[in-house]
Design a protein around this ligand. Structure first.
Ligand SMILES: *Cc1c(COP(=O)(O)O)cnc(C)c1O
Length: 362
C-alpha cells in the first residue's frame, strides 16, 4: 500500500489514524456484530455516536447552549437555501459579501426567495483576489452572509466583520476547526464536512436558538427538512441522519481533541502555510495571485510562468505522489489545499518538488 499526499480541495485527506480505526470497526462496531452503515439510527450504538459527535464539537469550538448543533444532509449548497428560508422573516432583506464563487452561489440562491438581496461587498472586479474591508450593511437587514474561507480563490477572513447587531451567518465549509473562532461572534455557522472534517454526506449547522425558535423569521413555505428548528430540537434525529459520515466526524473530533484541540491545529496550520508562502515569496518563478493579508491558511493557489508549465507541473507532481493539485478552472495554475489532515511532511515535500521543478524549467 502506498498513500499519496492528496492536495484536493474536497473531498480531501482524512487522518490515517481515523481511517484505520474505521477500518478496524467496519465489520463489527463496538460488539454490535454490524457496521455503523447497517445499524438503526435509533439504536443505542448510533445514539451514542450522535451524542458524542455533538458534545465533542461543542467542546472543540466552545459552543454554548445558546446554539443548536446539527448534523444534516444536503451539503453546504443546501444551506445556501436554508439560510434565507430560516432567517429572512417579514422584511426579507439580506446582505451578502461576495468574495468568491461559493459566496456568489449563496447570494444567487437568496435571490430565489427575495428580491431585496443587497451586495454588502464584492471583490469580483479584481477576480476575488482579496477580502473587501468596507462592508455596506443595512441596519434593517435580516442577516449578513459571509464566506469565511474562499476555497477556490484562496482568501480568508482573518477578522470578524462588525455588523452592528445584524445577525452574522458564515459559511465555514473550508476552514471550520482549522483555527480558533469565538462562536459567539456569529449567529449561524455552517460547513460541509468534506474539507476539514469527514467524508461528504454530513453538513454541520450551528445556529443561535433565539433565531431558530423565533416563529417570525422562518418563511412559511419552508420545507420541514430545511427548517433548522426541525433538526435542532431533535438533535439531528428527525429523520435518518447521515450515520456513517457523522460517525467519521466523531472519530475526527476525538482525534483533534487528542492532538490538543483547535488551538493546536491552528498553530500546526500556520506552520504549514508559512512553509509554502515563505517559499513562494522568496523566489520569482511561482506567483501567488492573492493579496498577502488575505491569504488562506487552507487553500494556496499559485501559478508557474506559463500555461504549459502549469500543466507540466501538475503531471510531474502527480507522478511524485503529490496529487489533485491542479487549480480550479476559474483561477488556473495550481492549488494546494492543506487542510487539518495534511501532514507537514506533505507540505515540505511539495516545496522540495517546487524547487526542483523551477530549477529544471527556468
Ligand atoms: C465546498 C464548498 C461549498 C459547497 O459544499 P457542498 O457540500 O459541495 O455543497 C460551499 N462553500 C464553501 C466555502 C466550500 O468550500
Amino acid at each position: 500500500m502506498s498513500r499519496v499526499y492528496n492536495f484536493s480541495a474536497g473531498p480531501s485527506m482524512l487522518p490515517e489514524e481515523v481511517l484505520k480505526q474505521a477500518q478496524a470497526e467496519l465489520l463489527d462496531y463496538n460488539g454490535s456484530g454490524m457496521s455503523v452503515c447497517e445499524m438503526s439510527h435509533r439504536s443505542k450504538w448510533y445514539m451514542d455516536i450522535n451524542t458524542e459527535a455533538e458534545e465533542l464539537l461543542r467542546e472543540l469550538m466552545g459552543i454554548s447552549e445558546d446554539y443548536y448543533v446539527m448534523f444534516v444532509q444536503g451539503g453546504a449548497s443546501q444551506q445556501f437555501a436554508a439560510v434565507p428560508l430560516n432567517l429572512l422573516g417579514k422584511n426579507k432583506k439580506a446582505d451578502y459579501c461576495v468574495t468568491g464563487n461559493f459566496a456568489n452561489k449563496a447570494y444567487k440562491e437568496a435571490l430565489i426567495f427575495s428580491d431585496d438581496v443587497h451586495i454588502a461587498s464584492s471583490s469580483k472586479e479584481d477576480n476575488y483576489t482579496y477580502i473587501p474591508k468596507d462592508l455596506d450593511i443595512r441596519a434593517d437587514a435580516a442577516y449578513v452572509h459571509i464566506t469565511n474561507n474562499n476555497t477556490i480563490f484562496g482568501t480568508e477572513y482573518h477578522w470578524v466583520p462588525d455588523t452592528k447587531g445584524v445577525p452574522l451567518v458564515s459559511d465555514m465549509s473550508s476552514d471550520i476547526l482549522s483555527h480558533e473562532v469565538n462562536v459567539n461572534d456569529y449567529d449561524v455557522i455552517y460547513a460541509g464536512a468534506q474539507k476539514n472534517i469527514a467524508p461528504s454526506g454530513v453538513t454541520i449547522v450551528i445556529a443561535k436558538k433565539s433565531l431558530v425558535d423565533d416563529p417570525e423569521l422562518c418563511l412559511p413555505y419552508t420545507p420541514t427538512m430545511l427548517k433548522w428548528s426541525t433538526q435542532g430540537k431533535e438533535h439531528s434525529l428527525y429523520n435518518t441522519p447521515p450515520c456513517f459520515s457523522t460517525y467519521m466526524a466523531m472519530l475526527v473530533f476525538r482525534h483533534l481533541k487528542k492532538l490538543g484541540g483547535v488551538k493546536a491545529m491552528e498553530k500546526y496550520n500556520q506552520e504549514k502555510a508559512a512553509i509554502l508562502y515563505d517559499f513562494i515569496d522568496s523566489q520569482d518563478f511561482y506567483k501567488s495571485p492573492v493579496r498577502k493579508e488575505d491569504r488562506s491558511l487552507m487553500n494556496v493557489p499559485f501559478v508557474a510562468p506559463s500555461a504549459e508549465l502549469n500543466d507540466k507541473f501538475v503531471k510531474e507532481a502527480t507522478a511524485n505522489g503529490l496529487v489533485s493539485i491542479k487549480g480550479h478552472r476559474l483561477v488556473g495554475g495550481m492549488r494546494a489545499s492543506i487542510y487539518n489532515a495534511m501532514p507537514i511532511e506533505g507540505v515540505k515535500k511539495l516545496v522540495e518538488f517546487m524547487k526542483k521543478f523551477a530549477a529544471e524549467n527556468k
